[in-house]
Design a protein around this ligand. Structure first.
Ligand SMILES: CC(C)(COP(=O)(O)OP(=O)(O)OC[C@H]1O[C@@H](n2cnc3c(N)ncnc32)[C@H](O)[C@@H]1OP(=O)(O)O)[C@@H](O)C(=O)NCCC(=O)NCCS
Length: 334
């Protein structure tokens, strides 16, 4: 059977500090009721330590994945970090994570695809394994969204939180693992969701700081419409392309942007909510971390051979879906 990659273990890290809706109500004109009803968020986690950021959370999630899988750090050949809030503009956050984990000589790089970042990174990792080039790939999604949040802007600050999730990929020849995928980008709406300044077009100046152009800027309703259209669309196209019936899917693992976007995707798939990984109420939108955190929290439910559909939408616009046949590791692997 064709060599594939499978998720051999998962890990996640959530900062201890909770930012509740009640606390947000003291910062901006909003209400717990509005946030829960329109977004599905009750609270989010915030990394408060001034000397810790995206790489720290990524390394902590990775340590847990390695420990859970009984995998030595010395086995890791590739580290891919998906993030929208890198530790620095350069070098890559993955380089810093490799140092934090004490992993030498790995092939390390970041993936920038906003909220679809983990899905993009997972697919790159899987293809590296399928190509026979590597046997052990660490894929991490980590974001310190609080570092680019304007806590006076109610359009954005109610939605996002900090966190990280990680998976270790290994090869298998039992036909299970990371399967068909559909990843696309539509650049036409990039200005509806972006961090305007701090890159090469608008480097940091006193004005960019004063104008809060280093914080996330979002046209919520425009993004919402595209998110529903594309989360549903990429699941539909993937299933149709590979002639897979909705009834064959056991679990939906969606990016956690807004509960209403998740429900719309679940409705299309005719999936009961108990089969949909949901943690937006606890963590808000953790951007690249949301899918791997869900995988870590839900993996104990998955049985060997269960079919999962992972799907995401994010700034760019980036979006995609991936089928995973869960491999509990009980089958013979290569
Ligand atoms: C941001 C979002 C929650 C706003 O919800 P919405 O139902 O679209 O709300 P709107 O922006 O149309 O605003 C509706 C009303 O609520 C108000 N409102 C907006 N944010 C509010 C808040 N935090 N608290 C209370 N009221 C708020 C608006 O001012 C508006 O009032 P008005 O009708 O008097 O003008 C929603 O658009 C969304 O989730 N967008 C996608 C975000 C996303 O997924 N981003 C990441 C992509 S990966």
């Amino acid at each position: 059977m064709k060599r594939k990659a499978y998720i051999t273990s998962t890990g996640s890290y959530l900062p201890e500090s909770i930012l509740s809706n009640e606390m947000i109500c003291e910062m901006v004109d909003t209400s717990d009721e509005w946030i829960q009803e329109r977004c599905g968020v009750k609270e989010r986690r915030i990394l408060k330590d001034k000397d810790k950021a995206t790489a720290y959370m990524a390394a902590e999630a990775a340590k847990k994945a390695l420990q859970k899988g009984g995998i030595s750090k010395d086995d890791i050949e590739v580290i891919i970090v998906a993030t929208a809030t890198p530790e620095h503009p350069f070098p890559s956050t993955a380089s810093i994570v490799s140092e934090m984990l004490g992993i030498k000589r790995a092939f390390c790089f970041d993936v920038s695809a906003a909220c679809s970042g983990f899905l993009y990174a997972l697919n790159i990792g899987a293809r590296l394994i399928e190509s026979n080039a590597y046997k052990s790939v660490l894929v991490i999604g980590s974001d310190k969204m609080s570092s680019i949040m304007d806590y006076t802007n109610r359009n954005t600050c109610v939605l996002f939180g900090d966190g990280a999730g990680a998976v270790v990929l290994k090869p298998t020849n039992n036909g299970f693992g990371i399967g068909e995928s559909l990843l696309e980008t539509d650049g036409s709406g990039y200005q509806n969701l972006y961090q305007k300044a701090g890159g090469s077009l608008f480097p940091a100046t006193a004005d960019t700081v004063l104008n809060k152009e280093h914080s996330i800027s979002m046209n919520g309703p425009a993004v919402f419409k595209m998110a529903v259209e594309n989360m549903v669309g990429c699941c539909k196209n993937l299933l149709e392309k590979h002639q897979i019936q909705k009834s064959e899917i056991d679990y939906l693992i969606p990016h956690q942007a807004n509960k209403r976007i998740i429900t719309a995707t679940a409705d299309y798939l005719e999936m009961k909510m108990e089969k949909v990984a949901l943690n937006i109420h606890k963590y808000g939108n953790t951007t690249c971390a949301s899918i791997p955190i869900c995988l870590d929290e839900w993996s104990s439910k998955f049985k060997n051979g269960d079919k999962l559909i992972l799907c995401a939408f994010g700034a760019g616009y980036t979006y995609g879906s991936t089928l995973v046949t869960w491999n509990s590791g009980l089958e013979e692997n290569v």
